[in-house]
Design a protein around this ligand. Structure first.
Ligand SMILES: [Zn+2]
Length: 430
C-alpha cells in the first residue's frame, strides 16, 4: 500500500512539476493540481517509526506539562520548551535534553513524554512524498519567477538577502508603477511565510495568494489595490530550514534556521531573534532549545533581511506573518502583558476580528496565550507603526496533508484581501 501511495504521489508530483514547467501559474490550475491528487495520496500515510529520525535522534521529546495560565506557559518557554498545543491546563510541545533536565525539577509536572520518533509515529506521518502538492524551495522559486514574468506589467521579483546556507529570500512585489527595490509612496502591505521551517502550509498561503491576485487583477477592487498600493509577498523566509525538514524523505520537525551555534547545535528561532524585548520573557538562551533567541538580536541573516527590508520601506502599513497551527490571529504585544496605545488597540481588535470572521480563527492579543519576546510582529509594529498580525493557520499538527491546502488558502485569501482594503488608511477601519 505504501508503494502505491508513493507512486501515486510521485505521479502527482511529476504532473505538478510538468504543469509548472509549462508556465501554468493560474490559481485555479494550481489548486486543481492539489485537488486532483488521488485520495490515496491525500490520505495520511500509515504510521511507521521514522528510522532516520530515530537514528539521528536529536534527543528531543514531545512532552505534556501542567501550566495553568499564561505566566506558567511563559516559564515553560524560558525553560526551552517549544509550546505547540495548549489544552486547558496542559501544554504540549518539544523539549530537548537540557529542557528535560529543567522540567524534571519539582517546579514542573510532566504528565506525558515520548521520544520524537514515537511522537512522529503517533502522528501517523511518514514520507513527505505524500505531501508533494506543497512547494519546496525550487518549486516556490520557479513559480515566483513564472508569475513575475507572466505579469511583468504589475509584478517584479527580487531577493531581500541570502540565508545562512546562501539561498535567496525571494520577494514578489505587485505594484502598477514601481518595480524591484525602487521606493514607492503608495501605502504598503507585506505578507511573510515560513519563519518556522516545519510550518510548510505557511508558505502555501502567501504563495497562492499571489497567484490568486494575478488571476483577479482585472476585478474592480483588486485592480484598485494593485494601482494604489505597494504589495510585497515573501512566502519562504526560512528556505534552509524548510529544505532540511524534508530532505531525508522523513519530516524532521525542524523549527529554526540552519545556523551552527557555539555548542554545535543547529539553528536559531527566527521568531525570537527580533529586537523587541529580545531574549527576555518566553525565550531560551540555551542554543539547543527550539526557542533559542540567538547570540544577539538580529544575529541571523534571515531576520536581518526582514529588518533591512522594513526599515527601507516606511510606506508599509499592514502585515501578516503566517505560522501554523492554532487557528488564531495574534496581535501586539506578544512580548509584554501591556496593551498597545488605545487608538491602535482599537484597530488591531477591529481588523483582527474582521479577519477572524473570514477565516473562523480566534483573534486576540498575542500575550494572552503566553509572553514571547523577540517576535517579528512586535518589532514591525514598534519600529514601523505597522499593523502586524501573526496568523496561526488551521490544521492539526505541522504536517496536515495536502487536502487542507485548498480550504486554508481560500479562507486566508479573503482575510488577506480584507487587509488590503484597509491598507490605504488602517484607521478608517473603525
Ligand atoms: Zn511558527
Amino acid at each position: 500500500m505504501k508503494q502505491l501511495i508513493l507512486s501515486l504521489a510521485l505521479l502527482s508530483f511529476l504532473s505538478l512539476r510538468a504543469g509548472a514547467e509549462e508556465g501554468n501559474t493560474s490559481f485555479n490550475q494550481l489548486l486543481k493540481h492539489i485537488t486532483t491528487v488521488s485520495p490515496e495520496a491525500l490520505a495520511v500515510p500509515e504510521p511507521s517509526i521514522d528510522k532516520s529520525l530515530a537514528q539521528n535522534a536529536d534527543g528531543r521529546f514531545w512532552v505534556t506539562v501542567k501550566a495553568s495560565d499564561a505566566r506558567a506557559r511563559t516559564r515553560l518557554l524560558e525553560a526551552g520548551m517549544d509550546i505547540v498545543e495548549i489544552n486547558g491546563e496542559n501544554s504540549s510541545g518539544f523539549a530537548g535534553p537540557h529542557t528535560m533536565d529543567i522540567l524534571s525539577s519539582k517546579a514542573f509536572i510532566v504528565t506525558n513524554r515520548m521520544t520524537i520518533a514515537e511522537y512522529a509515529a503517533s502522528q501517523g506521518k511518514d514520507f513527505p512524498a505524500a505531501d508533494s502538492a506543497y512547494h519546496n524551495f525550487k518549486e516556490t522559486t520557479d513559480l515566483l519567477k513564472q508569475m513575475a514574468a507572466a505579469n511583468s506589467d504589475i509584478a517584479s521579483l527580487f531577493s531581500i538577502g541570502k540565508t545562512v546556507e546562501g539561498r535567496d529570500i525571494w520577494c514578489l512585489r505587485i505594484n502598477s508603477s514601481a518595480k524591484g527595490e525602487t521606493p514607492s509612496s503608495k501605502p504598503g502591505s507585506l505578507y511573510i511565510g515560513n519563519h518556522h521551517a516545519r510550518e510548510h502550509l505557511s508558505n502555501e498561503v502567501p504563495l497562492l495568494f499571489a497567484a490568486w491576485l494575478f488571476d483577479h487583477k482585472n476585478d474592480a477592487d483588486i485592480k484598485k489595490y494593485i494601482n494604489t498600493l505597494d504589495i510585497y509577498i515573501i512566502p519562504m523566509l526560512n528556505p534552509d530550514g524548510a529544505e532540511f525538514d524534508i530532505k531525508t524523505g522523513s519530516y524532521q520537525y525542524h523549527r529554526k534556521n540552519m545556523s551552527t551555534n557555539s555548542d554545535k547545535s543547529r539553528g536559531v528561532d527566527l521568531n525570537r531573534n527580533y529586537d523587541s524585548w529580545w531574549c527576555e520573557a518566553g525565550a531560551s538562551t540555551y542554543p539547543g532549545s527550539d526557542t533559542y533567541c540567538g547570540p544577539k538580536a538580529f544575529s541571523e541573516p534571515e531576520s536581518q533581511a526582514v529588518k533591512r527590508f522594513i526599515e527601507a520601506r516606511r510606506n508599509l502599513k499592514t502585515h501578516i506573518s503566517y505560522h501554523t497551527y492554532a487557528s488564531e490571529i495574534l496581535y501586539p504585544w506578544g512580548g509584554s502583558d501591556a496593551d498597545v496605545p488605545a487608538k491602535d488597540k482599537a484597530i488591531f481588535e477591529k481588523v483582527g476580528a474582521e479577519m477572524g470572521k473570514l477565516t473562523g480563527y480566534l483573534s486576540h492579543k498575542s500575550s494572552e496565550m503566553y509572553i514571547a519576546t523577540g517576535d517579528s510582529c512586535d518589532w514591525a509594529y514598534a519600529s514601523g507603526g505597522i499593523f502586524a498580525f501573526t496568523f496561526e493557520l488551521d490544521g492539526r499538527g505541522f504536517y496536515p496533508g495536502a487536502a487542507i491546502i485548498t480550504s486554508t488558502v481560500n479562507k486566508n485569501i479573503k482575510a488577506a484581501v480584507y487587509l488590503l482594503s484597509v491598507t490605504d488608511n488602517p484607521y478608517k477601519a473603525i
